[in-house]
Design a protein around this ligand. Structure first.
Ligand code: GAR
Length: 214
């Protein structure tokens, strides 16, 4: 059986903000660069995330599951779990998703959740390192190279098996915003669609807890 005979994998993208990584995925799908998969739903943790507009403009069904609308974290987790089940999720992509996922969800989708992080893990990652904060810390440290990482999500923040990484130069006059944009443009928007396509073609395998590409 060749790849084209296989059913397309349902890709669920989880977002919280502007959604430029979601846009990179949408563009890649349109250009035929996501082989073996299709974005079938976008789930946002915020009702006003611009990522939702991007999804709607491209005819992708959306759902909003906001932490604030649930008194208990447990109920919020159950709502996400139910949505992923209803959407027949084959791959879950965290693309600027700023809420922690409960272990229950992570355990239900082993090596099926991937995240894009705006630094070269294990630098500038872990609890509290998200969005602009990552770039502020990289500049504070004075690193000359930063970049982006796409990795599987496990129970520990930013600690799952690394799929792809791409370095990006840090310049003397960078601000966190300028560095963030360069890392998005030169790394995140490239390696996220690439990793998603590799996953959907079953080209990523795990050995001794590490991810490799065939
Ligand atoms: C991206 O830079 C992504 O790597 C980062 O948030 C931004 C979201 O932008 N994610 C994290 O920091 C997660 N630890 P986007 O909404 O435009 O894709």
């Amino acid at each position: 059986m060749n790849m084209s005979d296989k059913p397309l994998k349902n890709i669920i993208v989880m977002v919280s903000g502007g959604g430029t990584n979601l846009q990179a995925l949408i563009d890649a799908e349109k250009d035929g660069r996501i082989k073996g998969g299709k974005i079938t739903c976008v789930i946002s943790s915020k009702p006003d995330a611009y990522a939702l507009v991007r999804a709607q403009e491209n005819g992708i069904p959306t759902r909003v599951i906001s932490r604030k609308s649930f008194a208990k974290f447990e109920d919020y987790t159950d709502a996400i779990h139910e949505a992923l089940y209803e959407e027949y999720a084959d791959l879950i992509v965290l693309a600027g998703f700023m809420t922690i996922l409960d272990e229950k969800i992570i355990k239900a989708y082993p090596y099926k959740i991937i995240n894009v992080h705006p630094a070269l893990i294990p630098s500038f990652c872990g609890k509290g390192y998200y969005g602009l904060k990552v770039h502020e810390e990289a500049l504070k440290y004075g690193v000359k190279v930063s970049g982006a990482t796409v990795h599987f999500v496990n129970e520990e923040a930013d600690a799952g098996a690394i799929i792809l990484q791409k370095p990006v130069e840090v310049r003397n006059d960078d601000t966190p915003e300028i560095l963030q944009r360069r890392i998005m443009r030169e790394a995140e928007w490239k390696i996220l669609p690439e990793a998603v396509s590799l996953f959907c073609q079953d080209r990523i395998y795990i050995e001794n807890g590490k991810a490799y590409i065939r």
